[in-house]
Design a protein around this ligand. Sequence first.
Ligand code: ATR
Length: 283
Amino acid sequence: MTDLFDFKLKSSGFAVMGNPVQHSKSPQIHRLFAQQCGIAIDYDRIQVDAGGFDQAISHFSAHGGAGLNITLPYKVKAWRFCQQGQNSLSHRASQAQAVNTLRFENQGGVFGDNTDGAGLVADLQNNIGFSIQDKSILVVGAGGAARGVIGSLLACCPLRITIANRTVDKATALSEQFGDDVQGVGLDRAADRSFDLIVNGTAASLAGQLPGIGGKCIAKNTLVYDLMYDAQPTIFMNWALAQGAAQAHDGLGMLVEQAAESFYVWHRRRPHSRPVIDALRRF
Ligand code: ATR
């Protein structure tokens, strides 16, 4: 891991910045993409404390940095950073109110993007073979992870999106930003009907907990997707399969696909994600 303020270090073109970052798979993913495309890149992990975040970005840029991935807990901070001065934001980052990709522009300024939603959609549609159009979708959770994917799901013309959250007010407030096709409810209302797709965007799996939605939201055709991933299927995936869901997927494919989209933002090249997903599953 790089100490950002060690000036003796060779500057690297790309890095993932967050806290913690030691377990991030981003360096491995981007090196595999770069190999595929015949591009030489350096890609580091940089751990920063909250107070030094803006300074760390400027420092990285000043020392030859070309792009950064931003991970927890700094995606909202990065979005705020991109609202300053001559910095700019993509539409999807503005909508998500969070940034996971920064590109340092030649003419100065930093461009902030959010590739998380595109990553989920690419994994669902290209890898899993699930078409979002005309489907009913339940997003469980109304925090940053959920906010980051709703705009991209909506752009694929689903029948409707229901957001269910433990704190109902957060679900309704989030739904109101997306118009009439998105409805916000409490967790108890999530099982009023079944859904074609259920996305778990809560932090519950991290704590080994279930988010507390009833099994009636699952039908025999339901595909369940947990934005979390682990070496083993998550507790939510196991629960959904036990309730009769057709398929349950973790967020590893989305992780690789959001990285592929970041790679495109930086290099204007689209790498093949499938072999990289397969490689990560083997490790
Ligand atoms: P992130 O940026 O990862 O989404 P967050 O903004 O803190 O993190 O949001 C976490 C989400 O997980 C919230 O929707 C939270 O529900 P509340 O808004 O009611 O807090 C949800 N969450 C966390 N733990 C949960 C649990 N055990 N059961 C149900 N929902 C949970």
